[in-house]
Write a protein that binds this ligand. Sequence first.
Ligand SMILES: Nc1ncnc2c1ncn2[C@@H]1O[C@H](COP(=O)(O)OP(=O)(O)OP(=O)(O)O)[C@@H](O)[C@H]1O
Ligand SMILES: [Mg+2]
Length: 345
Amino acid sequence: MIEFQDISKVYQGKAGEIHALRHVNLKIRDGEIYGIIGLSGAGKSTLLSMINGLEYPSEGAVLVNGINICGLRFGELQKIRRNIGMIFQEFNLLNSKTVRHNIALPLIIAGEDKAVIRDRVDKLLQFVGLTDKAEQFPDQLSGGQKQRVGIARALVTNPSILLSDEATSALDPDTMESILDLLKRINRELGITIVMVTHQIRAVQKICNKVAVMQSGSVIEEGEVFRVFSNPQQQVTKDFVRTVVPDVITPSVCRQIRMESQENYEVLRLKFTGQNALGDLIYQVNTKFSLKTRILHATVTELNDQTLGILILQIIGKPEQIAEVEEYIREHEVQCEEVKCQYGL
Ligand SMILES: Nc1ncnc2c1ncn2[C@@H]1O[C@H](COP(=O)(O)OP(=O)(O)OP(=O)(O)O)[C@@H](O)[C@H]1O
Ligand SMILES: [Mg+2]
């Protein structure tokens, strides 16, 4: 378990104090893939770096498996660091050394036996799919392959925690997907807890089970990915989630309904989760009520093996009839809210 207890961090900048973190409280449980997302400067890297003592808080405590990182002597910290691997956006590889040597480096530094190192590196090369690249140099590899080397190096000491700081941010979309698949395998097959800092909501959607959203040094929203994605509360979260789970009508659809609609109507956003996701509620509405419904937008998204369906409906009818429909939908435990055409067209 990793615990941030009331963490604040103040840097002394040229123009005065910079509050990089403000009273952050988080718990990351063993076996989770925990995403920390936010815009540039939100404080994500600062927070992540406190888990392995690369940064220290100005106030508060960071506990890793119950041990306060902040109070440790260097030797004790080194021991804990062997249990925590880290990967970065820029890979941080030594270009003058082979792939094999780069991966072996933490074990060489620790003075490990040569045969043990060879065996361990061979296994990891196979795990990340780079056996045929062992004797090549980083400059001869693609971005995705370099990140695989970084990952193998981070795993060479057999850690139980992996920290990832924007590890997929410099990669093209297909390569990003394959690295995310690898991270998921590391979590599932090796049982490693992953803390992943990113500004890519797709990365959170694909592999995380928990997420914290940061803004200006604070955690503004936190919890199960499915819960946060299906009902985001903060504007920053809504903006992130919207890019992978679209929940608005397009400007052209908006324009069209404004131009043509003489009759009274309302536009409703329905969110279907769990058992309701594949239900027949719309069929029921159409047979039970004598009014017109039109589908303006529909998406079905898979999140953490659960299904989230979003439907935007235009309901044309008298206000009292529409109110009855809304009540009927809510009785079926489907989230329902009115949507305004946002585009002012
Ligand atoms: N060593 C430092 N000295 C002074 N200010 C710093 C230092 N490190 C970070 N900061 C400031 O702290 C704030 C948080 O920085 P941090 O790097 O944690 O953000 P981030 O969310 O990781 O951003 P990005 O997405 O751009 O990587 C920023 O305002 C940054 O300028
Ligand atoms: Mg950062």
